[in-house]
Design a protein around this ligand. Structure first.
Ligand SMILES: [Zn+2]
Ligand SMILES: [Zn+2]
Length: 354
């Protein structure tokens, strides 16, 4: 077993270096995983630019991953070398009030792999054995690296409890595309996805949206959604962009008695204007969800394994770890890029879909 490995380290805000670092040493309850692919997430950009986790630097980011078990701790059960896996990235203390209430995401000592502790833009990562999930044979490593983002959308969908025949409007055609697919699976009609990129909106349609609205053509999405719902507004509105403006639109386009589903992540200092008068008299509800955790992981695996979610049209390319920073920048400027994967095993870019 090598003592060092290649990893991408954010040393300080806007300084990312690919260099040799020690291979993580595992405790008895942990396993070491040889990373195959890591999907780039918006959070990685926030970490790189110091908007998130600045107090955790230097840090190896990366949290949407798949790989193979390389080493098994003495007390790690149910896993062996060579198993194809991913891991639930959410770690908690297990003893505080929130952990005892089953609300691990609120734990006072909450840590996520690749966000608060070293992650997967590296050849190896370690994880507690009881958070590791095996990949079924029908899941390849790319789909395996997509389990984490899907689990987040599943967590949100469970919180929203969308019912048959409900109208659902989704602001955002990034992960919003998956919100559309899951809303359809829950029997929603119509499913409306609102975005600004024709290619992503076409994929949203393919994945189950009844109507797609391009805000470049429809300047006022609130009016459009009302038009599609006999003037009422949608029963559910999912905010999957993460800007104050789209959050305000979500409250404007949800019908009285309806539910706003908060999913997009704004900057910490952002605020929105909502009139409590309208909330109370309109009996408008809000549900929020922060991450996929616990059972959301096997649920995401099942939907992918049986092809109920087919994410392949979302997969744009694979880049070598040396190109992580370039890819992070490209994702900011090229709206046609969807999911970009990073690997230590490739030496040049592989395009997956145009
Ligand atoms: Zn992510
Ligand atoms: Zn806790």
């Amino acid at each position: 077993m090598a003592k060092t490995m290649k990893a991408a380290v954010v040393e300080k805000p806007n300084v990312l270096k690919v260099k040799q670092v020690p291979v993580p040493e595992i405790a008895d309850q942990e396993v070491l995983i040889r990373v195959k692919y890591t999907g780039i997430c918006g959070t990685d950009w926030s970490i790189f630019t110091g908007k998130y986790s600045a107090d955790k630097l230097p840090l190896i980011p990366g949290h949407e991953f798949s790989g193979t078990v390389a080493q098994v701790g003495k007390k790690a059960r149910g896993l062996k070398e060579g198993d194809r896996v991913t891991a639930d990235i959410n770690m908690s203390c297990g003893t505080c009030f929130y952990c005892r209430k089953g609300q691990k995401l609120m734990c006072r000592d909450f840590r996520q792999l690749g966000i608060h502790i070293d992650g997967t833009y590296a050849e190896y990562v370690k994880a507690p054995y009881d958070q590791v999930h095996k990949l079924p044979d029908s899941l390849d490593f790319l789909a395996g690296a997509f389990i984490e983002p899907l689990s987040c959308v599943i967590h949100s969908s469970k919180a929203a409890r969308i019912t048959h025949g409900s109208s659902v409007a989704i602001l955002g055609a990034g992960l919003g595309v998956l919100h559309g697919a899951l809303a359809r699976q829950r029997g929603a009609a119509p499913v409306i996805v609102i975005g600004r990129n024709p290619k992503k909106l076409a994929i949203a349609r393919e994945m189950g949206a009844d109507v797609v609205l391009n805000i470049k053509e429809h300047q006022d999405p609130v009016a459009e959604v009302k038009k599609l719902t006999e003037g009422r507004g949608a029963d559910y509105v999912v905010e999957a962009v993460g800007t104050p403006q789209t959050y305000e639109q979500a409250f404007q386009m949800v019908r009285p008695g309806g539910t706003v589903v908060a999913f997009g992540i704004c900057a910490g200092e952002d605020t929105i204007q909502v009139r409590p008068f309208d909330l109370v008299l309109g009996e408008k509800n809000v549900v929020s969800s922060c991450a996929g955790v616990g059972p959301d992981w096997p649920d995401a695996i099942a939907l992918l394994a049986y092809g109920h979610i087919k994410p392949q049209p979302l997969f744009s390319m694979i880049v070598p770890v040396e190109e992580l920073e370039a890819a992070l920048r490209e994702l900011r400027t090229n709206p046609n890029l969807f999911k970009v994967f990073v690997s230590s095993d490739v030496s040049k870019r592989e395009i997956l879909s145009k």
